[in-house]
Write a protein that binds this ligand. Structure first.
Ligand code: DMJ
Length: 629
């Protein structure tokens, strides 16, 4: 250890001293033999030093220890709780551990780079250039195009690999072909519109998005990416760059625009690292902020993006806002604050929690309606399907996405689930578990297709369940998956109805004509995907494959995929709409069902309610990329 410490001095400062100062006051008076001996001593010294560096075991670590020793110790003493001189062995251990960690990180980064596509590498270089520009302008961490610089790191599992098992591989390929047909048809017949009419082969625009265009493009971006359809992804990116425009004088649904557009853009950013998606997501997020201008801060359902004037759906109990709408902003808004450096987004959604926590809950349940002016509940209707569903989902996912630090979200989720179990979950006489709807204390024994997402949600939360309830919740999740599968199996077309009932002598069957339709919804397949990941029971892949076959047989048309008006009729009557969530969710969940678990792994990604993956925000700062300081 002596040699290395003296090494830096050898490049000029120590060497003259050796010859001129200490050994001889008159170097010119050396004789040849003396000079030779001195040279020999000097070469032996050099050999010893280099020998130590190159031939001692694990010399790379030794080198790192030498060169990084002082700064690592300095860091330690500045930040560590016991940073004094006590326990130098412990200090060395920590230093070595840090060096090892740095090495592993560098190796992982190198491996990641090797797996990148050329355009991804180009994007990284552009990002690096931008960082250098900001740093050299002396503005580290300040504004660039109105947004602060964010160092981009791709979270793990953005793309997958072929499954080993040939049958699964073929099934996965089949789902990719379905995506290709849905996308190509949209591109051919409805490019730029919100959705496709696959039978009449033209564009379709839902008023949920006002005059914002391109819902299918933004909703499909991440599915294209994870399926490695990069040419299509690039075309979609170009459309977003050139045409996606939020400067419209039109009223939109805050919830729909948030889950599909903000969520879709955020995922596209985190998967690809392309700045345009971050910029557009934040721009749209800012346009949504006026929706929160109510006496309580509970947002309006509808908002005119130009005037900033909001209102609620006229049919919602006494001018109420809807639980599943104002309760499904949390994940996206937390990421908007992270990527913009503007805390307002996070403050808005945290305030919603505050309002809810101040209110009494009937039987511990959350009614679907809440008045944004008075802050009081509207009608006491409770549902885990339409009007309620994703509120519960976002409580759980807020906790997971916060790297399990959001204890408030966690408590609200498990308390709500307990109230749902007690008051809404029932078993039919033939043993099918279902979640009913609650109207002022009375049960309606009906379960919506939308409610079927709950199987996946309960499975996702089971691991963190309090009081040893993990096993119990996994059973509940499996039972809900089975019930929802039955709702498909008991139809003529093997696709599930919009709602099914458990009364009047029927089980898991739609009895009303206006509940018999299927609009390519994802919830049942979503639950199969979660159940597969947590149990690896092959039946979930089989059930998913049954759905693929039914979709191919009854929903596929020449111009894309269409919903069906009556799943009990022997031949399909098409509704002529290819919903954007078919590409965002249904096909994505099917693809993941036939992929390995390390593709978008749950410990790194959380799916928003439109199946847009968002990365977990790490509590350990050193592991927290993509973040504004
Ligand atoms: C999607 O837009 C979202 O999943 C939402 O939460 C509920 N409905 C549709 C799909 O059915």
């Amino acid at each position: 250890s002596v040699c290395p410490r003296r090494l830096p001095g050898m490049d000029g400062r120590l060497a003259p001293q050796l010859f001129t100062g200490e050994l001889s006051p008159a170097p010119t008076s050396f004789r040849l033999t003396e000079k030779f001996i001195l040279l020999l001593v000097f070469s032996a010294f050099i050999t010893l030093c280099f020998g130590a560096i190159f031939f001692l075991p694990d010399s790379s670590k030794l080198l790192s220890g030498v060169f990084f020793h002082s700064s690592a110790v300095e860091t330690n003493t500045r930040t560590g709780p016991d940073g004094g001189d006590s326990g130098s062995a412990g200090n060395d251990e920590r230093v070595l551990a840090k060096i090892r960690k740095d090495h592993e990180k560098a190796l992982l980064e190198a491996k990641d780079t090797l797996q990148k596509r050329p355009d991804e590498i180009k994007q990284d270089i552009l990002n690096d250039k931008e960082k250098v520009a900001v740093d050299s302008a002396g503005q580290g961490g300040k504004q660039v195009n109105n947004l602060p610089f964010v160092e981009y790191h791709r979270p793990p599992g953005a793309t997958g690999h072929e499954p080993l098992d040939p049958e699964t591989r073929d099934r996965r390929t089949k789902v990719r072909e379905m995506m290709k047909h849905a996308w190509d048809s949209y591109r051919r017949f409805a490019w730029g519109s919100n959705e496709l009419r696959p039978v009449s082969k033209q564009g379709h625009s839902s008023n949920l998005f006002g005059s914002i265009k391109g819902a299918t493009i933004v909703d499909a971006l991440d599915t294209l990416y994870i399926m490695e359809m990069f040419e299509e992804f690039d075309v979609a990116t170009e459309w977003v760059e050139k045409n996606l425009d939020f400067n419209v004088n039109a009223e939109v649904s805050v919830f729909e625009v948030n889950i599909r557009f903000v969520g879709g853009l955020l995922s596209a950013y985190y998967l690809s690292g392309k700045e345009v998606f971050r910029r557009k997501a934040v721009e749209l997020g800012e346009k949504l902020l006026p929706a929160f201008k109510t006496p309580t801060g509970i947002p309006w359902a509808l908002l005119n993006l130009k005037s900033g004037i909001g209102r609620n759906w006229p049919w919602a109990s006494g001018g109420s806002s809807i639980l599943a709408e104002y309760g499904t902003l949390h994940l996206e808004f937390m990421h908007l604050s992270k990527l913009s450096g503007n805390p307002e987004f996070a403050q808005k959604v945290m305030n919603i929690r505050k309002v809810l926590n101040r209110l009494d809950k009937p039987q511990g349940l959350y009614p679907n309606y809440l008045n944004p002016n008075s802050g009081q509940w509207g009608q006491h209707h409770v549902s885990v399907g339409g009007l309620g569903d994703s509120f519960y989902e976002y409580l759980l996912k807020a906790w997971l996405m916060s790297d399990k630090t959001d204890e408030e979200g966690k408590k609200m989720y498990y308390d709500a689930l307990q109230a749902i179990e007690t008051n809404l979950m029932r078993k039919s006489s033939n043993g099918l578990t279902y979640i009913a709807e609650w109207k002022g204390g009375l049960l309606e024994h009906k379960m919506g297709h939308l409610t079927c997402f709950a199987g996946g949600m309960i499975a996702l939360g089971a691991d963190g369940a309090p009081s040893d309830k993990t096993g119990h919740q996994m059973e509940q999740a499996a039972e809900i998956a089975r019930t929802c599968h039955e709702s498909y199996a008991r139809t003529a077309l093997k696709l599930g109805p919009e709602a099914f009932r458990f009364d009047g002598g029927v089980e898991a069957i739609a009895t009303r004509q206006n509940e018999k339709y299927f609009i390519l919804r994802p919830e049942v397949i979503e639950t199969y995907m979660y159940m597969w990941r947590f149990t690896h029971d092959p039946k979930y892949r089989e059930w998913g494959w049954e759905a693929v076959q039914a979709l191919e047989q009854h929903c596929k048309v020449e111009g894309g995929y269409s919903g069906i008006r009556d799943v009990y009729a022997s031949t399909p009557n098409h509704d002529d709409v290819q919903q954007s969530f078919y590409l965002a969710e249904t096909l994505k969940y099917l693809y993941l069902l036939f992929s390995d678990d390390d593709h978008l792994p749950f410990d790194h990604w959380v799916f928003n309610t439109e199946a847009h993956p968002l990365p977990v925000i790490r509590k350990d700062k050193t592991d927290r990329p993509n973040e504004v300081e």
